[in-house]
Design a protein. Structure first.
Lengths: 378, 369
């Protein structure tokens, strides 16, 4: 139980700005967030509150006008702490896809239309687990064709050094590259078993298909398969079901739940749908205009939201029979965000101090963090 | 409340698939395949279903943005005429199927008379100027205001354009009317000289609504009007829709896949599956006790925003089949847990299961009844 309570990811004071022509967009303003081992953490918030950028920062793939200007993102790799923001690009490349992987919103845009499903899942496997598959191929070769001495020798050489230059040459020569066949067979076997686990019927046929032949739900399953190919420690899901139908969404949510139980990885689930959060997550972080305003267990948050914004968000879910309730005003522009608490101009309980000082995220009750002057007696 | 505003009869919309060297028609996408629908005056009729089931196509076909492949759309028939038509229909069913020659002649004559009576109200025959006149009375609000508003036009021009086209009021009165409309939606004169990109999503959608309502239409199609706006703004918009319906006496066709929104705003709900309506009832009744297996599955797959009521199960396997080759018989049978032999052979009709709760399913209402 000791490891279960350890944090997999610890974010401290993450600041991210976009330098645009209109001005500096303060997209993230000091994010503190912890992802525990093996939990599903939901991040909710409206458009532009910074939930997607947070996940991009973890992956280290923030695009050009965006600059991470401060803070730490610490990944806990079996006791060894790695600050993801201070790693070389080639180290990050090893972490991405192997330790942390991501499922994006639009599966059709994510998949390459000119490669088959097999190629695309295989790419992740070859990038991170090449040696393992060469060894597996070597074993099957020894078992099935013990007399193919030349081939076995080649594989032995290959398994010692996967980037061997002469093997790389060999794989460019048309007839000679057939030596890769046992290796490719191993990869295909793995892919088939992988997507079979994701509940796809007839996986042997599906692996040879192109993305346009897949339906939306299937395409999303393939994307999930790619990100699960290396058993990541953290799986980031950025609104994976937003463009899917509700019946398919239910299937995908069920899949994520069962996968979590079998893989024991942590999941960071980003969504704007409070229904999905209630259904899936264990802990929830509510974000507003680049800040985390409340972090709590899902039961506590839905029963007793402490931050006025979290309360307003929950109240604005339409319920039959009761009048519509909404939060007055609109989400502020992040180019000139409100000084002090960023929610103060929409908040019904705003006080003098809210206009001047930024509230800190403090633990009000056990495992219930709120950033508001109203609660916690700051 | 009980007078019908709009009725469709066997409405069909097929989109041809062209192929081969000569671009000949190879097959049809049967987006809407025989829909009979009655929308009452001053009500909000909700139409729900998964993507690709044809709900948007119905909305567009009803207001003649798309030409129906077959079927009739009757709009706004005056009460006295309606009575005469109803009587004629009753008489017709009386003599229908009779073998006598006289009766047969009588039937043909009456049918002709009926068609003549109905013709001036049948939107599917409207053309040219008549169709343009109709646009005054029927309007549509689209899903995404960023794409439905011209980015190069000022708000005052966007909202005023329908009046300019329709020429209902003199040109010099248009600005005053535009301001009035903006104020009705909780915006002000300040917003007149701005471009759409300067607004937030919710305000942009309000501009689109103002444009739709400025000709004082009687019937408005709302095609997923809240799916592009944020949760906290959605409630504001929904409230405005309700207020406007009461103030201006509007009738809505509310197309959405968001069931919780439909439950809150509609009086009656129709559930669509693959181009057909499978269930139609009052909102309270259908959400309390859905009868069709598809409706039940659809409702139970919405995530409930309450962590104490978690249910770990996906009710349906597989996905919606292609509307090019819909399954024979009941279209839902390949995914239906209660499918019987008859479901595979014959298509069920939309029948009354009591309290005007219409269902198209053999397991719920049998044909003989």
């Amino acid at each position: 139980m000791q490891t279960a309570n350890q944090n997999l990811i610890t974010m401290e004071g993450l600041v991210l700005r976009f330098y645009t022509y209109e001005g500096v967009v303060e997209a993230l303003d000091g994010i503190d967030l912890q992802i525990k081992q093996g939990e599903i953490l939901g991040v909710v918030g409206e458009t532009g509150c910074g939930k997607s950028v947070t996940s991009l920062s973890i992956m280290g793939i923030v695009q050009s006008p965006g600059v991470i200007e401060g803070g730490r993102i610490v990944l806990n790799m079996e006791g060894k702490e790695v600050d993801l923001l201070r790693q070389e690009e080639n180290v990050m490349r090893g972490i991405r896809g192997r330790d942390i992987s991501m499922v994006f919103q639009e599966p059709r845009a994510y998949l390459n239309p000119v490669y088959t499903v097999e190629d695309q899942i295989g790419e992740a496997l070859i990038a991170h687990r090449k040696k393992e598959f060469i060894k597996r191929a070597l074993e099957t070769l020894r078992k099935k064709q013990p007399k193919a001495h030349y081939r076995i020798g080649l594989y032995e050489m290959w398994s010692r050094r996967p980037e061997n230059l002469s093997i790389r040459f060999l794989s460019k020569i048309p007839i000679a590259r057939r030596f890769q066949k046992p290796f490719k067979m191993e990869i295909r076997k793995e892919i088939v078993s992988l997507i079979e686990r994701l509940g796809i019927a007839d996986p042997e046929r599906v692996v040879t298909m192109y993305p346009h032949e897949l339906s939306g739900g299937m395409a999303q399953r393939i994307v999930i398969a790619i990100s699960l190919a290396c058993n990541p420690k953290l799986l980031i899901c950025d609104e994976p079901t937003t463009n899917l139908d509700v019946t398919v969404q239910a299937q995908i949510l069920e899949l994520i739940k069962t996968l979590r139980e079998s893989l024991k990885s942590s999941i960071l689930y980003i969504t704007h749908d409070l229904g999905v959060v209630a259904e899936l997550c264990e802990r929830v972080a509510v974000m507003y205009a680049g800040t985390v305003v409340e972090v709590a267990n899902v039961m506590d948050l839905f029963k007793k939201p402490l931050h006025p914004y979290a309360g307003g968000l929950l109240a604005s879910i339409p319920r039959p029979g009761s009048p519509f309730r909404s939060i007055p005003g609109i989400v502020p522009s992040l180019i000139n965000p409100p000084v002090g608490c960023r929610f103060h101009d929409r908040c019904a309980y705003a006080m003098e101090v809210c206009r001047k000082m930024k509230p800190k995220l403090i633990e009000v009750e056990k495992d219930h963090f709120v950033a508001c002057f109203l609660v916690g007696g700051q | 409340m009980s007078e019908p505003m709009l009725q469709t009869e066997g409405l069909k919309k097929y989109f041809p698939i062209l192929g081969g060297v000569l671009k000949r028609k190879v097959a049809d996408v049967k987006a809407v395949d025989g829909v009979n629908l009655t929308i009452l005056k001053h009500e909000c009729f909700g139409l729900v279903g998964e993507s690709g089931c044809g709900k948007t196509t119905i909305g567009k076909t009803i207001i003649r943005l798309l030409n129906p492949t077959a079927g009739h759309i009757y709009f706004d028939i005056p009460a006295d005429k309606l009575k005469r038509i109803e009587n004629l229909k009753k008489e017709l069913t009386g003599v229908q199927g009779s073998e006598k020659r006289d009766d047969h002649l009588d039937f043909t004559r009456k049918l002709e008379k009926l068609t003549k009576e109905l013709e001036p109200y049948d939107l599917s025959t409207f053309r040219g100027n008549r169709l343009r006149q109709l646009r005054k009375k029927m309007q549509i609000v689209y899903q995404d205001p960023t794409t439905s508003l011209d980015p190069r036009m000022l708000v005052k021009d966007i909202i005023g354009e329908p009046l300019l086209v329709q020429e209902t009021i003199p040109k010099n009165q248009i600005p005053a009317r535009v301001i009035e409309m903006l104020q009705a939606l909780g915006m002000s004169e300040r917003h007149l000289y701005r471009y759409p990109h300067e607004f937030s999503g919710g305000q942009r959608q309000r501009v689109a609504i103002a444009r739709a309502l400025i000709t004082s239409p009687a019937f408005v199609v709302l095609d997923e009007p809240t799916s592009a706006v944020d949760v906290s703004v959605r409630a504001q918009l929904l409230e405005q829709f309700q207020q406007l319906r009461k103030d201006m006496g509007l009738t809505y066709l509310f197309v959405s896949h968001d069931l919780s929104v439909v439950e809150c705003i509609s009086h009656r709900v129709g559930v669509m599956y693959l181009g057909k309506i499978v269930e139609l009832a009052e909102t309270g009744a259908i959400f309390k006790e859905p009868l069709h297996p598809y409706t039940q599955a659809l409702f139970s797959s919405i995530p409930v925003p309450d962590p104490t009521k978690r249910r770990l199960r996906a009710p349906l396997k597989g996905e919606v089949p292609s509307p090019v080759n819909p399954p024979q018989g009941c279209r839902f049978h390949p995914r239906c847990p209660f499918a019987m032999d008859i479901c595979r052979k014959k298509e069920p009709q939309l029948l009354d299961a009591g309290n005007s709760h219409l269902v198209a399913c053999y397991a719920v209402v049998s044909e003989q009844k």
